[in-house]
Design a protein around this ligand. Structure first.
Ligand code: ADP
Length: 187
């Protein structure tokens, strides 16, 4: 049974935390575009050099870079049996691209999961997290970008298997819900 899941939700919703846990339990790759970009930035690859200034401002990295990245990643052998996408798609263009790409690869997503968390909780979490792109100003901008560009992606998935999950609960409770949802899909 393949499992292909798309995690949606604002920055700080806990997508990364949940995706990591589920990826271990289900033995499918966790594909986090944020992690891939941060690694590229640290290694100083051409992608990293081009992405750096956008990330530091809390802006989206241009689609021309992201689309190549995701095509390459989803084409790798370990992605044939399933995946959890975390941080992609982040705008409607990326969502349309992903749909076409999956069709090319003979795949389709099983579910899109929106982890929902109120704004004041997100702000607290992001400022506490203290990653080097988590300054007050960048965090504010990332939330604006989320509202303007990423929130519309939720509508894109409404008729394509969208699940809403309350992310403002203890992590174990959320994991249990997500697993129940996955098992439901598998049956
Ligand atoms: P967060 O969940 O806190 O927003 P991520 O680790 O998902 O953090 O992303 C960090 C940064 O990487 C984003 O602010 C953005 O600049 C860039 N990024 C990640 N994924 C994408 C994407 N799909 N499209 C464009 N930029 C992206």
């Amino acid at each position: 049974m393949t499992k292909r899941l798309i995690f949606l939700g604002p920055p700080g919703a806990g997508k990364g935390t949940q995706a990591k846990i589920l990826s271990q339990k289900e033995e499918i790759p966790h594909i986090s575009t944020g992690e891939i970009l941060r690694a590229a930035k640290e290694q100083g690859t051409p992608l990293g050099q081009q992405a750096k200034s956008y990330m530091e401002r809390g802006e989206l990295v241009p689609d021309r870079l992201m689309l190549d990245l995701i095509r390459e990643r989803l084409s790798r052998p370990d992605a044939h049996e399933g995946w959890i996408l975390d941080g992609f798609p982040r705008n409607v263009e990326q969502a349309s691209f992903l749909e076409a790409l999956l069709k090319d690869l003979g795949q389709s997503a099983d579910a899109a999961i929106n982890l929902d968390v109120p704004d004041h909780v997100i702000l607290e979490r992001l400022l506490e997290r203290g990653r080097d792109d988590d300054t007050a100003e960048t965090v504010r901008r990332r939330l604006e970008v989320y509202r303007e560009q990423t929130a519309p992606v939720i509508d894109f998935y409404r008729d394509r298997g969208l699940h809403l999950v309350n992310g403002d609960r203890p992590p174990e409770t959320i994991t249990a819900d997500l697993q129940a949802l996955l098992n439901h899909h598998a049956s």
